[in-house]
Design a protein around this ligand. Structure first.
Ligand SMILES: *Cc1c(COP(=O)(O)O)cnc(C)c1O
Length: 393
């Protein structure tokens, strides 16, 4: 008999009932060190007092009004994002996949209104992940995502990851945009080099193509810059955000330049919940903390320490682990054993990590994780690797 919750997930038998900073507490009282943060969502940890205060204060004043009215919290958050980024304008969504929907619509409308309606193709890359809506799965591609869900939204071209020659050859008179994650998340923590991102920007400039960056996972301070593309010194035309931007409250956003957004006039897009007072009250509190140089410098310092320690473990357990990769607090350890063995034995040891493609185990902790918790996480992974080795021996 089908479970009352639609069984689209293989769930671990863990029932968390409370969170404190980087720790999760199970119904039976066990404490777990959370190095996944709800898949890069809880950027300020669980039950962060500033976020709890922002949420409860807003909850006592006004939860929801529609976008038929001006929403001061939304206006304030949009101003902050515009001030802190390449963008001139922001639309708020509730999730990453909704951000993908709008990014695709915006790019196509742009070319339609510029008198080049044939420019509808969006180029994406193998190993990417852009969400689970119809546009999201069409953009992502791959049998696992799209199998059985046809007919798919047309107009997506999938290329090998990091193959600049294939990309140059693929851009043509039908190309509207290139859509790419600066650091692939679900695909196994695969960063694009700064040179690659610069090359992408140049190619887009030469051909008039729009550059859409999916920073749903790698953005909002995760790499030690507010947005990952800042490391390469480039700017996109359109950028998708979600996950960390709400610190655990469902919130997403599409940021764009004035030119890229020029087709999106009144009536062309909307959302009932997107950018409502509750979500934006929390989003403002997240931005106020994360988008400061002091906070981002600490993310870089601590993530450097985590990376160094993980590299030490890869050297110690070279029969289990292959390499560390990623950027900032978005790190992946590629495994030589099944990554789920590491994740599952980690659970037994009170360590939460997240599997990813390419046999990788992901570390996406709260960005404000303490030095002490980083050290504990590495000890727990050390113990876990030893146990995995004993199990497979
Ligand atoms: C998670 C993710 C999405 C989809 O976000 P949802 O909020 O799950 O819809 C899109 N792109 C990237 C890069 C992601 O990591």
């Amino acid at each position: 008999m089908i479970s009352s919750v639609l069984p689209t997930y293989n769930r671990a038998n863990l029932n968390f009932v409370k969170g404190e900073g980087s720790w999760l507490i199970e119904a039976d009282g066990r404490r777990f060190l959370d190095m996944g943060a709800g898949i890069a969502v809880n950027v300020l940890g669980h039950a962060n007092p500033a976020l709890v205060d922002a949420l409860t204060t807003q909850a006592n004043a006004l939860w929801h009004v529609s976008n038929l009215y001006t929403i001061p919290q939304q206006q304030a958050l949009a101003d902050k994002l515009v001030d802190a980024s390449f963008a001139d304008t922001v639309f708020f969504t509730n999730s990453g996949t909704e951000s993908c929907e709008l990014a695709v619509k915006m790019a196509r409308k742009y070319w339609h209104d510029k008198g080049a309606p044939e420019r509808t193709d969006i180029i994406t890359f193998n190993g990417s992940f852009h969400g689970r809506s119809s546009a999201g799965i069409a953009a992502t591609g791959g049998e696992k995502m799209v199998g059985g869900f046809g007919p798919l939204l047309p107009g997506f071209v999938h290329l090998p990851f990091g193959d600049h020659d294939a990309l140059t050859a693929a851009v043509n008179e039908n190309t509207a945009a290139i859509l790419v994650e600066p650091v692939q998340g679900e695909g196994g923590i695969r960063p694009l080099s700064d040179a690659c991102l610069k090359g992408l920007r140049d190619l887009c400039d030469e051909t008039g193509t729009l550059l859409i960056l999916d920073e749903v996972q790698c953005g909002m301070g995760r790499t030690g810059k507010l947005f990952a593309h800042e490391w390469a010194g480039i700017e996109p035309d359109i950028m998708m955000s979600a996950k960390g931007i709400g610190g655990g409250f469902p919130l997403g956003a599409v940021l764009a330049t004035e030119d890229a957004a020029s087709g999106m006039v009144a009536g062309t897009h909307g959302s009932t919940y997107g950018g409502n007072p509750l979500a934006c009250a929390v989003g403002n509190a997240v931005m106020d903390i994360v988008a400061t140089p002091e906070f981002l410098a600490e993310v870089s310092r601590k993530s450097g320490a985590l990376r160094q320690k993980l590299e030490g473990l890869v050297a110690t357990h070279s029969d289990i682990f292959d390499e560390v990769r990623g950027s900032g607090m978005m790190l992946g350890v590629k495994c030589k054993v099944a990554n789920m063995d590491v994740v599952n034995v980690g659970y037994e040891n009170g360590l939460i990590t997240i599997p990813a493609g390419d046999n990788v185990v992901r570390f996406l902790p709260a960005l404000n994780i303490s030095d002490e918790d980083i050290a504990t996480a590495v000890d727990l992974l050390d113990k876990t690797a030893t146990e995995v080795k004993n199990k497979t021996a």
